[in-house]
Design a protein around this ligand. Sequence first.
Ligand code: DWN
Length: 396
Amino acid sequence: MKKNYYNFLDLGEQPLANFYIKKKDLGKKEKKYKLKIRFELNSKLVSIEKTFSSKTMFNNEYPYRSSMSKTMKDSFLKLSNEIKKRIKPGKILEIGSNDGSFIKNFNKKKTIGIEPCANVEKITKDKKFNTYPSYWTQDLAKKILKKHGEVDLIYSANTISHIKNLDDVFKAINLILSSKGTLIIEDPSLLECLKGNAYDQFYNEHIYVFSYIALKNLLKKYNLKIYKVDNLDIHGGSLRYFIKKIDQVKMLHESVLIQEKRELKYRLNLSSTYKKFALRVKNSKKKLISIFKKCKKNNKKIIGYGATAKSVTVLNYCGIDSSYIDYFLDTTLDKQKKYTPGTKILIRKYSGSIDNDVDYVFLGAWNFKKEILKKEIKFIKSGGKFIIHTPEPRIL
Ligand code: DWN
């Protein structure tokens, strides 16, 4: 039988992102898998080949907190104000509410948050938000429907792309979204990922990287339709999709057709585009390694900034470990004093500045480049430099 997908990228053996290693476990064998990416010829969906269960990935030791960046907090606040002004929903449900950066902008009585990582959900529960430490499924949707009734708005940022069973996701949404309700989904944009050679958008948690075209195809099955698309700078380029039940969409916003045209112009619907991307990724690896080698040859001290899930892919794919990077700085408490998955680089607490003896900083959190470069102006003025791998590996 003819294959209906095209495997276009092999990012080698990878550990699970967000599985930071405790000092006592440094000698232990890590769980690893082969990270391969595929393009489905019919649905146009791009996904990783080997997946892990949600229970394995999103557990009660999950370290990521969305409130760690001003950029994210500002973005959630701006969207919340837009929702209040334009949509004026009654009840709001967020799938993947993390530490509450979005729901905190609304009246507690109006919001319901779903966050499967119990350690993260505890943060909002302790602040008396109505949150559930559960995975988003039809069973949960039924339970919430019984208790709270239908909701007028469902928001989900950087979560739907993390759930393998999309059939269950959208059926669950349809169970609880009111007939005139709005669904807003936000996830990294495949177009921007390809344009920016941001191959680090692929790791075990990002089961899918959506394009407008693929999501549109998928939503049809569930009687849902995208009526507006916002292009955001967030996470290196994200798309925010505004969706309603098909019979509620009277007119499409011009942004929908513009996005579709952009994606077709870039040929996101053709395998050849992904083949070219894979070649660029191989070149990117060579270039990044040569930058690191050159710096080390000149006895320069390199550290990392932002121990992101994304950087796990880059470091492991390029074989950049603690022989190149002395340590990472990160503001996230649950990452500090631990080591990066696979490459075992120590993560240190960020205490307000970069040490004077540092020559180069590898920007793991390149998606917050603007915010970080602004904050580190003193380091830059004193001659410090940043290394970045997207869109091309280079020294800033
Ligand atoms: O999709 C996902 C996104 C939203 O978050 C998840 N699968 C996991 C996670 O991915 P990530 O780790 O690649 O996300 P971020 O938001 O790029 O991570 C930024 C990291 O950098 C955090 O650990 C916080 C840190 N940071 C810092 O130390 N100083 C960030 C900023 C802005 C800073 O100034």
